[in-house]
Design a protein around this ligand. Sequence first.
Ligand SMILES: *Cc1c(COP(=O)(O)O)cnc(C)c1O
Length: 423
Amino acid sequence: MRFVSTRSQSKSLSFLEAVARGLAEDGGLYVPEKLPHFDPEVFCQYHSLLDFAVPILSSFVTDKAIVKDLSALCQRAINFPTPLVWMDEETAVLELFHGPTAAFKDVGARFLAQCLSRIPSRKPVMVLVGTSGDTGGAVASSLEGQDIRTVLLFPDRGVSPFQWRQLTCWGKNVRSLAVINSDFDRCQKLVKEAFVDPQWQKNWALTSANSINIARILAQVTYYAASSVWFHRKTGKAPGFLVPSGNAGNALSAVWAKCMGFPIREIVLVTNVNRSIPDYFATGKWQPRSSTSTLANAMDVGNPSNMERLFFLLDQKPEMRQVLRAYSVSDDEIRQTIAERAWGQVWCPHTATAVYQHKKLGSRYWIIAATAHPGKFREIVEPLVGEELVLPPALRNIMDRPQSFDKVAPDLESVRHVLFEQS
Ligand SMILES: *Cc1c(COP(=O)(O)O)cnc(C)c1O
């Protein structure tokens, strides 16, 4: 399988090359040249996510450096459960929050980390991540202890207490830099500056690990494939998916899973009040804008980058338009949903958007993608449900670890100084 840019299809790359580059040279995102097709019947006896991951991912990954031990690599990446939990006869929740940082990003980030360790490079590999929270934690936890220098750049203001902990607790090969006088965009810009800086280029094989990386999207396809087959096996129906969405990487994985032949009826993208995606589906016009802060802050995206991949797909398969919808949910509706505790559950603010929309749609046979554990957002959730949450072991572990970070001024020279000359 080869990968091409969404902007020009003249040059194609292997999987590992696309992973190493992250973003295409022409500014586009990498997509598979052609999505493979699977017969879901073949999978109908499979029970674990790994049973699905290995055959699905091996149709994309053809690099010699990985192919032989793809199975071992998947085992190390997917080493936690992603259960489909039944709420009633026709509604299930796909719990994606049982990994080391208790959010769905663990699946993609852990697979990406395994792939990065296989990149053939003469220079040492360095992963640079500009992050405001969840991505940084998932990437750092996946790369901790590996022979890959990992640097997280995050704004020193506007990061929640828990997010701060999960950005600064990794040590070893992970350096955490709190950038003063900055915001998320400034941190991302620093990363981009390093990527084009000759000095950095000379010393390091630089790579990025944000959600545009193709490895993350492909790893996520596996849980949509698996849960749709499990759902179909039990109910005889192809489920619709409700996916809390920001950058739309997670929803895109669901769309690809449907295109690959898995029994999925439709996909609903649910956003917070950052409504570029619902507006696009309503008007047919793409108008990205700046983002607004909400209770579901990992979804505060005004210009979701993975829409470029979705547009590319819709050009080739316009019929997919019929099975996609998008809705926007307000902070008040998020609060109300958390307080209502549908099916007796406590929902994180992100998952709550999908739970709200599920109730509003009122139709049957749905899987709700639960993207994070509510314990990551105690400040928001506990007052609404009126009780203290019991944290899962992964989150307790993050809270108990020692923290270490450096403050750095918002320019590349200061970053270089702190990383290479101070310690
Ligand atoms: C990142 C994130 C999202 C949004 O996922 P996208 O792939 O960016 O659409 C939703 N919920 C949680 C908890 C997240 O961390």
